[in-house]
Design a protein around this ligand. Structure first.
Ligand SMILES: Cc1cc2nc3c(=O)[nH]c(=O)nc-3n(C[C@H](O)[C@H](O)[C@H](O)COP(=O)(O)OP(=O)(O)OC[C@H]3O[C@@H](n4cnc5c(N)ncnc54)[C@H](O)[C@@H]3O)c2cc1C
Length: 373
């Protein structure tokens, strides 16, 4: 059998690793060119992400993940705009994390490079449409003219999934009324001195009274690498004075700095010290729950099916999908469709529970559980 995966973000490459390790013929397609710089923000995984990585990666690649992880902080804090701690949740390491999974903080770009080790990605291949074939297989068409036939097509193409749009035209992904500008500031001596202690020792969110909030967390390598501070300025779109998607990176950075200029001065100073190339903007979106569809040779993983408000959960759930689908397919005793159906049933359950949890935790930045250290 062969599997075509569309999307080389996080879930797609992990699934490719797992299937390849089990001897299954797998092809990974990605719309971005190979030399396109990916977003390299700090990402946190709870235990389910760690367990998924362990399950699908060869041991040497899993060891690389651990070697490039950031230092673990002591907890999660909410700060007021003058950087006073107003809520704190300490998260001590679990004595059983060897078995039950670790909390990991990783650089997304580094993680992605590790996940793609040894995988030949078809870059510059933007999915356009698929056709179901009479023999139960699926034919996939890409904008660059590439065509691929597969027993199973997996959509790992993220929040704006075109595969979801074809498979599930009624599935809704809605805006939550928040936009964000995010970037990285190298932790030079000057930046380190300006960084709130809570962001050097875990994850913190500065929360204003008017809908603005600003998550901050340092990524400090345990074994070499350039430490940085990840910052995210979040607010209703009307509070940003420019059309964010149309603005260039320098404008985005200045707009983000200005939006928090009436808070503690260190915050806008940290934004201005950021690397302009690292600055991006997104609109916060969340998927609406949907009933299980009739299973076929096309399925979905990660943000393609259950995109959620950023709250430190989405990536781990995407990796869990990859590991679960891999397990159901490779350990199946019945048909491929039965295995995919079993995956989808389980995934829809925990995936949309995570969507709901993220919505509660991440919409205001106020809950101390809005991320983990
Ligand atoms: C600033 C920020 C911080 C975050 N922090 C965290 C965190 O700490 N913890 C956490 O759990 N989550 C976090 N998230 C969310 C997390 O990044 C996502 O949930 C995760 O990346 C989803 O993985 P995925 O593989 O499903 O999709 P993605 O990583 O979005 O990958 C989708 C891939 O598909 C490709 N693609 C899209 N369309 C096509 C097409 N038509 N044809 C071919 N390829 C296509 C894209 O180029 C991309 O490479 C954060 C997100 C942001 C923006």
């Amino acid at each position: 059998m062969n599997v075509v995966i569309v999307g080389a973000g996080l879930a797609g490459p992990l699934l490719a690793q797992g299937l390849r390790g089990a001897g299954i013929d797998v092809e990974l397609y990605e719309r971005e060119a190979a030399d396109q710089p990916s977003q390299g923000y700090r990402i946190h995984f709870g235990p389910e992400g760690d367990l998924a990585l362990r399950e699908c990666l060869p041991p040497d690649l899993y060891d690389q993940v651990l070697a490039t992880a950031g230092k673990r902080g002591s907890g999660v804090r909410v700060l007021d705009p003058q950087l006073r701690v107003v809520q704190e949740m300490l998260v001590p390491p679990s004595a059983t994390e060897e078995e039950t999974g670790r909390h990991l903080t990783l650089d997304r770009l580094t993680l992605r490079q590790i996940l793609l080790t040894g995988i030949d990605v078809h870059h510059g291949a933007s999915f356009q449409r698929y056709e179901l074939l009479d023999d139960g297989r699926v034919r996939v068409f890409f904008a660059n003219g590439a065509v691929a036939d597969a027993d199973l097509l997996v959509a790992a193409d993220g929040t704006h999934s075109r595969i979801r749009a074809q498979l599930l035209p009624d599935a809704e992904v809605v805006e939550t009324g928040l936009s964000e500008v995010f970037g990285k500031t190298p932790l030079t001596g000057q930046a380190r001195a300006l960084t709130p202690a809570a962001a050097l020792d875990g994850f913190c969110t500065v929360v204003g009274a008017d809908g603005r909030f600003m998550p901050l967390a340092a990524h400090q390598y345990t074994s070499g690498g350039e430490d940085y501070l990840m910052w995210v300025v979040v607010a209703p779109p009307a509070m940003f004075p420019v059309d964010l998607p149309a603005a260039d990176k320098a404008v985005l950075q200045e707009v983000a700095a200005e939006l928090v200029a009436d808070w503690h001065p260190d915050l806008s100073a940290l934004v201005r010290l950021g690397d302009p190339n690292s600055v991006h903007t997104t609109t916060v979106r969340t998927a609406k729950p949907l009933p299980h569809w009739e299973t076929g040779p096309v399925t979905l993983v990660g943000d393609a099916i259950h995109t959620m408000v950023p709250a430190g959960i989405g990536a781990a759930v995407a990796l869990r999908d990859a590991a679960l689908l891999c397990r159901r397919v490779t350990e199946r005793t019945g048909s491929l469709l039965d295995a995919v159906r079993a995956y989808e049933t389980e995934m829809l359950d925990y995936g949309f529970a995570a969507v709901e949890l993220s919505q509660r935790r991440g919409s205001s930045g106020k809950a101390p559980g809005s991320a983990t250290p």
